[in-house]
Design a protein around this ligand. Sequence first.
Ligand SMILES: [Zn+2]
Length: 113
Amino acid sequence: MHELGIVMHIAETVIEVMKEEELTEVKKIVLQVGELSSVIPRYLEECYPAAVDGTILETTELEIEILPGNGRCKKCGEVYNLIKQKRICPGCGAEHFELLSGTEFNLKEILAQ
Ligand SMILES: [Zn+2]
């Protein structure tokens, strides 16, 4: 499980930003995690309290937005969810697709209040 390291890295980044922006408090941080990324949102949530314990972010809420893993069929052009459709195009049954989204991992927002 590499999520603890990831969460600690995010916490460090947020604390850096707080210093730069001279913020004394952050209410919420928002992460975007793609369905196809190697990061498991539930583990991030589980690790988060330990990662921020004793830091300035102790009372900061973590919100995770899940971005869908979508692909476009190379044969018929249909856009579909790769996980729900098991990577097979619902339109024509082809298995070749262009990846559109789902591998993201971003720190989207730091909300001061
Ligand atoms: Zn297709």
